[in-house]
Design a protein around this ligand. Structure first.
Ligand SMILES: CC(C)(COP(=O)(O)OP(=O)(O)OC[C@H]1O[C@@H](n2cnc3c(N)ncnc32)[C@H](O)[C@@H]1OP(=O)(O)O)[C@@H](O)C(=O)NCCC(=O)NCCS
Length: 195
């Protein structure tokens, strides 16, 4: 009973956050993942936009385990933005991880990426996350700037992290007042993420 009640509270809080973050003057709506039928749209968006190739198992690993941490931006039924995350224990911390973030080219620079990240930050904070991390190519100035604006710091540089030989930055947001736990480089599922 408690679990059901908590789930209801969680989704009510998340949808009220989505309402607060959504600009009334836009046609874009933000929805949580709800069905495997949405997977092809999500995959095609990400395949076009991220440098790393992902197998369907990687998508399923994240989405089936943390469906409430996958959100889509929709324009008239088409997925034009997506964020895929997980939340689990890392040493002493409850750590959120942004695995993938992409916005379709024609829709960029309209704060859709920022809104998706804000939605997951709020969702993870509601679930008591201590910190949120992600990796991005050190040359990805758009993503670096977006995350910097939201308070993420550069935690470490990961040498030749991606298959294309490019270094990554690990970015981190501290969700609570505490100071950092130092950690080693982390792999997710054998494939490298690109949040
Ligand atoms: C990165 C990405 C998700 C940003 O999405 P977006 O909806 O365009 O981002 P926003 O409109 O919310 O941008 C917010 C801020 O990020 C920065 N930013 C975004 N795109 C930028 C770009 N191309 N160049 C420089 N800064 C950029 C700016 O500071 C911007 O603020 P501003 O509009 O006030 O200048 C999108 O460009 C994308 O899908 N890129 C390909 C995939 C990718 O790189 N994903 C991230 C992997 S970590």
């Amino acid at each position: 009973m408690d679990v059901v009640k908590n789930k209801q509270n969680f989704s009510t809080s998340t949808s009220s956050i989505i309402k607060q973050l959504t600009n009334d003057n836009t046609d874009i709506t933000y929805v949580p993942y709800s069905s495997e039928l949405q997977l092809p749209g999500i995959m095609s968006l990400i395949e076009n936009d991220l440098s790393e190739p992902y197998s369907i198992y990687t998508y399923r690993y994240f989405i089936n385990n943390w469906p409430n941490l996958c959100f889509m931006a929709m324009d008239q039924g088409t997925c034009i933005g997506v964020i895929i995350c997980k939340l689990d224990r890392h040493r002493d911390a409850l750590r959120g991880y942004i695995a993938m973030l992409a916005v379709k080219k024609e829709y960029r620079k309209r704060k859709i990426g920022t809104t998706l990240v804000k939605i997951v930050i709020n969702a993870m904070k509601l679930q008591n996350a201590d910190e949120i991390v992600l990796e991005t190519e050190y040359t990805n100035l758009g993503a670096l700037s977006l995350y910097h604006n939201l308070g993420f710091i550069r935690d470490k540089r990961l040498y030749r992290y991606y298959l294309n030989g490019v270094d990554a930055f690990r970015l981190k947001l501290f969700c609570k007042g505490e100071i950092p736990i130092v950690e080693e480089s982390q792999r997710v599922t054998g494939e490298k993420a690109n949040g």
